[in-house]
Design a protein around this ligand. Structure first.
Ligand SMILES: CCCCCCCC/C=C\C/C=C/C(=O)SCCNC(=O)CCNC(=O)[C@H](O)C(C)(C)COP(=O)(O)OP(=O)(O)OC[C@H]1O[C@@H](n2cnc3c(N)ncnc32)[C@H](O)[C@@H]1OP(=O)(O)O
Ligand SMILES: Cc1cc2nc3c(=O)[nH]c(=O)nc-3n(C[C@H](O)[C@H](O)[C@H](O)COP(=O)(O)OP(=O)(O)OC[C@H]3O[C@@H](n4cnc5c(N)ncnc54)[C@H](O)[C@@H]3O)c2cc1C
Length: 642
């Protein structure tokens, strides 16, 4: 199963080998539990480990393999981030995709050797979503052949970029490019921020940390202002766009090609989210098979809480989602790598499809991951609320994904643009022009669903039902939009008035893609036992997801009440079937105790003794009487007693 999750036997074996090596290197372990550290201590601890990793990486992993690097980071540095989180996730990908060969030769080896630390600085205090209204300018000075970066007012300060505040000395900065008073829109520039020897900010640069956040606090998200700060013309990233010495602008082959670093993260973050969901579920499910509370049969001893159907219903559909996201994520990364290769050689024809797909997936996956992690926390009762479970930290980090790389509603609306265009093709009889991801929009469906009507139909009837509801909602939302425009409403106003319905269409389309990716994977599996276990999970997935969106299929009578009863019964049936495999389905992800950082989720199940040990190690317990008591509470009580 681990091979299915991680992509191959070899990958799963390598992960085990890497974990085993890390277990033997105490210098790479947390020196004390992270929840007992201050933010400053955590940042220091992370930098300490990161430095050792830089020295010893070659002994532990193949540093050229991104999957191994990602695993190493998760184990050693953890999900709260690290001083170079953005360096690998966005800075290097931005240079790789947008810098010319010459620029890459100059900067990439230095970045890869970690001679310099970089980030991606785009969002500003006043604008994040609406890139067209960013305020930072890069004005070309023909006389010196330099760009002058400037922050015209406080809302133009770069705000949020990870590791910008304290760690990075370089950044890819997105600024409006102005040449001879003409604004060419946002473009990426390579900018040095700090002196390479002293790490002091360079003259003309104002920079700092934006303060503590809900989670992800090892990352120093930062602010950045420029005061007429000059960089050479050749620091504009010039793979696709060029500015010649005389100010001549050569436009890129696709207007949005400079957005590729964002698409990169949107594609890669899906499996990251799956891992966070599976981690929280692993903790909750292991704990649920240790925790005994109450009886089902009063004549019997207390049961493990995992025996309760409500507990299974809370956890198991999310287990199925974690697998589904991992499989959909793997497909998306493959597609992204293909499109990137094409893009580098000038073929931009697949960019719109990839943008639509990743926009929808990013939104649905992060939202459902957040839901699943929060349910996992609640499933641990009181101990879930303790940082000893570590689930609240996983939650805080995961839901950041609903916001970064494009706020979820906004990204769903991006997919909706694509769906509406596709609907227009269907309506004008040009279904043959639909791309493979939306071809179902042009296919006539049966009048009613055949779920529970055809024996041995596998998952086909489920997929057809998801297709039906997605198609119906897309065409309905598109009709509503076109209808408003026909009535004379301006395009943008009509769009806003339909946007809730449009986003519903985007979610349904994306959920269909996730179901199909799960089905595709199960169909590929040769090992009969693995196929069986995953087929059970897929049964739970399709029935649970369909029940969740049943109103769409009920409102036009595509599903009947009796079919809905069948679907509900299937959910309960598969909860029971999955119960014996539940812990194994999560243990198959092979997270080590070092990586999970959870007292509740310990592999050995020795929860209570270790919770007590953990509590005793709280800094508050270093002394029996705190100074808050001697200074304030004791005098207050004494005064009250007088
Ligand atoms: C190993 C991985 C683990 C991952 C862990 C990650 C941890 C790191 C943590 C955090 C990192 C976070 C980083 C950041 O957040 S960086 C900042 C990200 N910011 C955003 O995402 C901003 C969101 N906004 C946008 O992307 C855009 O403004 C927009 C797409 C919403 C709108 O852009 P705009 O230029 O205004 O375009 P239009 O709406 O007018 O659309 C025009 C047209 O262009 C199409 N389009 C837009 N983007 C793309 C694209 N990327 N590719 C292809 N096409 C694109 C759009 O669809 C329109 O098409 P049309 O309908 O045919 O006209
Ligand atoms: C943990 C974290 C890490 C980050 N890291 C980075 C980084 O490394 N580099 C970087 O540059 N940025 C980074 N960001 C910033 C992030 O990319 C932005 O916060 C994000 O893109 C959302 O933009 P915003 O904050 O402007 O939200 P806003 O756009 O102000 O969103 C507020 C509300 O308005 C709604 N809204 C906005 N526009 C529309 C619209 N057109 N239609 C409908 N509704 C709309 C949204 O849906 C939302 O409900 C990070 C953010 C976080 C939380």
């Amino acid at each position: 199963m681990a091979a299915q999750i991680w992509g191959s036997e070899k990958r799963a074996r390598r992960r085990r080998e890497i974990s085993a090596k890390i277990a033997q290197m105490p210098e790479l372990h947390d020196s004390k539990p992270l929840p007992f550290m201050t933010r400053e201590e955590k940042i220091m601890e992370s930098a300490r480990k990161l430095t050792i990793l830089t020295e010893k990486m070659g002994q532990i992993i193949d540093p050229t393999d991104p999957a191994e690097l990602y695993h190493l980071n998760n184990e050693v540095l953890g999900l709260e981030g690290n001083p170079m989180a953005l360096h690998g996730v966005m800075f290097i990908p931005a240079l790789s995709a947008q810098a010319s060969d010459e620029q890459q030769a100059k900067w990439l080896p230095r970045a890869l050797r970690r001679e310099i630390i970089g980030t991606y600085a785009q969002t500003e205090l006043g604008h994040g979503t609406n890139l067209q209204n960013l305020e930072t300018t890069a004005t070309y000075d023909l006389a010196t052949q330099e760009f002058v970066l400037h922050t015209p007012q406080i809302t133009a300060l770069k705000w949020w970029p990870g590791n910008l505040g304290k760690s990075s000395n370089y950044a890819v900065v997105v600024a409006h490019m102005i040449i001879k008073a003409k604004n060419y829109g946002p473009h990426p520039f390579m900018v040095q921020l700090r002196d390479e020897k002293t790490h002091e900010p360079l003259p003309g640069i104002t920079i700092g940390d934006i303060g503590p956040k809900m989670a992800y606090n090892i990352v120093d998200n930062g602010f950045l202002g420029f005061n007429k700060y000059r960089i050479p013309r050749t620091n504009l990233l010039m793979r696709h766009t060029k500015v010649e010495a005389d100010g001549t602008y050569i436009k890129p082959p696709h207007a949005k090609i400079n957005y590729s670093a964002m698409v990169h993260v949107r594609a890669y973050m899906l499996t990251g989210q799956a891992i966070m969901l599976a981690s929280a579920l692993n903790i909750a499910t292991r704990y649920s098979s240790v925790r005994r509370q109450g009886q089902i049969d009063k004549s019997q001893p207390e049961v493990k809480v995992l025996e309760y159907q409500t507990q299974q219903h809370r956890l198991f559909p999310s287990i199925a989602r974690a697998y589904a996201f991992q499989f959909a994520g793997a497909e998306t990364v493959k597609l992204y790598e293909h499109v990137l290769k094409e893009m580098k050689s000038g073929n931009v024809s697949l960019m719109a499809d990839l943008h639509a797909l990743t926009s929808g997936l990013k939104s649905v996956v992060t939202y459902q991951t957040g839901e699943g992690i929060e349910q996992a926390r609640m499933a641990c009762g009181g101990h879930g609320y303790s940082m000893a479970s570590y689930i609240s930290e996983i939650y805080g980090v995961a839901i950041g994904g609903c916001t970064y790389e494009g706020e979820n509603m906004v990204m769903l609306l991006q997919l909706a643009r694509y769906l509406v265009k596709s609907a227009a093709l269907v309506k004008s009889g040009q279904s043959s022009k639909l791309g493979p991801l939306v071809a179902y929009l042009g296919v006539k469906s049966e009048p009613t669903s055949l779920i529970d009507r055809i024996p041995n139909s596998g998952f086909t009837e489920y997929v057809k039902t998801f297709q039906h509801v997605s198609k119906r909602q897309t065409l309905k939302a598109a009709d509503m939009f076109f209808g408003l425009m026909e009535k004379g409403e301006k395009r943008e106003i009509a769009w806003n008035k339909c946007s809730v319905e449009l986003n519903r269409a985007s979610r349904l389309h994306t959920r269909l893609f996730i179901v199909e990716a799960f089905v595709r994977r199960v169909n590929e599996i040769a090992d009969i036992r693995i196929k069986e276990a995953l087929t059970d999970l897929l049964h739970l997935h399709v029935n649970y997801e369909l029940l969740d969106i049943a109103s769409y299929a009920l409102e036009d009578g595509f599903l009947s009440a009796s079919q809905l009863d069948y679907i509900r019964d299937q959910v309960y049936l598969y909860l029971g079937k999955i119960r014996p495999n539940a812990v194994s389905l999560l243990d198959s992800w092979e997270f080590s105790d070092i990586e999970l950082r959870s007292v509740l989720g310990r592999r050995d199940g020795n929860v209570y003794e270790n919770l007590f040990k953990w509590a005793k190690s709280s800094p508050l317990n270093k002394t029996d009487v705190l100074s808050s008591v001697t200074q304030y509470l004791k005098p207050m009580m004494e005064k009250a007693r007088l």
